[in-house]
Design a protein around this ligand. Structure first.
Ligand SMILES: [Zn+2]
Length: 191
């Protein structure tokens, strides 16, 4: 099988060099979704899983002023993936303040808001929320009952899942899952 070959600049950490430096590397795409980089100077090889984006794409976006989070968002991947690739290329991070804190996101999540609703409240895009939520290891809230406050009002009135479901025009299971996500006990009527 013919493999794609490319020449790229990468940081080489080999002891053959006085210190890690950018050197020309041969980039080979291997079978099984792996990529091998061979340093043109010392011949050291390093293998990675196939990158989801090219070094040049990362370099270009970084030059446009995008930070790791924003680049990750563009490619729909983890921020840490971008960070390690960026460092591998010997590029310094853009240190800009985040537009919202992790705690804000966690609080909105605890309110039961899905990504779209969190994004609305924070004034950012849904993909920004999704990337940060994943970085924090938080599971998405879905499917959705609709208006969270409406749900809470009905729940606090002592309505059961099927009753709430009927009011909100969704299936019982949607209410069941949503209530469980919020850590709320089921309403049970006595005999
Ligand atoms: Zn080398």
């Amino acid at each position: 099988m013919l493999m794609a070959l490319k020449i790229t600049q990468r940081l080489c950490n080999s002891d053959d060099h006085k210190e890690p430096r950018l050197f020309t590397h041969r980039e080979e795409v291997l079978e099984g979704g792996r990529v091998r980089y061979t340093c043109a100077v010392c011949g050291e090889t390093t293998e990675f899983r196939r990158p989801l984006f090219t070094d040049q794409q990362l370099i270009d976006l970084h030059a446009e002023g995008l930070n790791d989070r924003e680049i990750a968002e563009k490619f729909g991947i983890n921020r840490s993936t971008v960070g390690s690739r960026r460092r591998g290329l010997g590029i310094k991070a853009h240190n800009r303040r985040l537009s919202f804190t992790d705690q804000q996101l966690i609080d909105l999540h605890a309110e039961g808001l899905n990504d779209r609703e969190k994004a609305e409240r924070l004034g950012v895009t849904r993909s920004t929320v999704r990337v940060r939520r994943r970085d924090l290891g938080i599971e998405p809230i879905r499917p959705h009952v609709g208006d969270h406050q409406h749900f809470l009002t009905l729940y606090e009135k002592g309505m059961t899942d099927p009753e709430i479901a009927e009011r909100l025009g969704v299936k019982d299971g949607v209410v069941y899952n949503y209530r469980k996500k919020l850590g709320l006990k089921p309403v049970r009527r006595g005999w």
